[in-house]
Design a protein around this ligand. Structure first.
Ligand SMILES: [Zn+2]
Length: 156
C-alpha cells in the first residue's frame, strides 16, 4: 500500500472508531426543543454531558422486570436482566442491547480517559462504561438515571 493511501485509510479508521466526524442521528432537535422535551435536569445530562449526583436516582433501587429506554428518544437501551447493584451510586448494567449505544472518549478528567456512552438514535449522553464490571462481560455501564425511562413489564 502506498503511504498516502495508508494515511488516508488510517484517518478514515480513526474517524470511524472515535466519532471524530459528526454523526447524523435518526432523532434530532434544536437545543430549544430538547430543553422543552427534557426539562433542565435531563437536558444537562443528555445534551451537555452532565452527571447527576451520586445516589440520587430512584432507578438504583428499581428491581422489577422491564426495559430501560432513552429518555430523549425512547430507544430501548438496557434490559432489567443485566442490571446489578454496583454500589457506585448510579444505575448499573453489565451490557447493553445490540447497537443501542455509541462510544466516545472523554478527556474531561485530567490524566484519565473514560469511555462515554451515548444513545445511538439521538446522541444523548447516558453515562460511562468502565471495565470493572461483573462476568460475563466485565463491563460496568454507569448510567445517569435521568437519562433513562423505565418501562416495567417485558424485559428486552
Ligand atoms: Zn436516545
Amino acid at each position: 500500500m502506498k503511504r498516502t493511501h495508508f494515511i488516508i485509510s488510517a484517518a478514515a479508521a480513526l474517524i470511524a472508531t472515535t466519532g471524530f466526524a459528526p454523526k447524523r442521528y435518526a432523532v434530532t432537535h434544536s437545543d430549544a426543543e430538547w430543553r422543552r422535551i427534557l426539562g433542565p435536569d435531563r437536558f444537562a445530562i443528555l445534551r451537555e454531558n452532565g452527571t447527576e449526583p451520586a445516589n440520587s436516582s430512584p432507578l438504583i433501587g428499581e428491581h422489577r422486570q422491564g426495559t430501560y429506554s432513552c429518555y430523549g428518544c425512547n430507544q430501548a437501551l438496557f434490559s432489567s436482566r443485566v442490571k446489578y447493584d454496583s454500589g457506585d451510586g448510579w444505575p448499573s448494567f453489565w451490557t447493553v442491547l445490540p447497537h443501542a449505544v455509541d462510544y466516545q472518549s472523554d478527556h474531561e478528567l485530567i490524566g484519565e480517559v473514560r469511555t462515554e456512552v451515548h444513545c445511538s438514535r439521538c446522541g444523548g449522553h447516558l453515562g460511562h462504561r468502565f471495565d470493572d464490571g461483573p462476568r460475563p462481560t466485565g463491563w460496568r455501564y454507569c448510567i445517569d438515571g435521568l437519562s433513562l425511562r423505565f418501562v416495567p413489564g417485558h424485559a428486552a
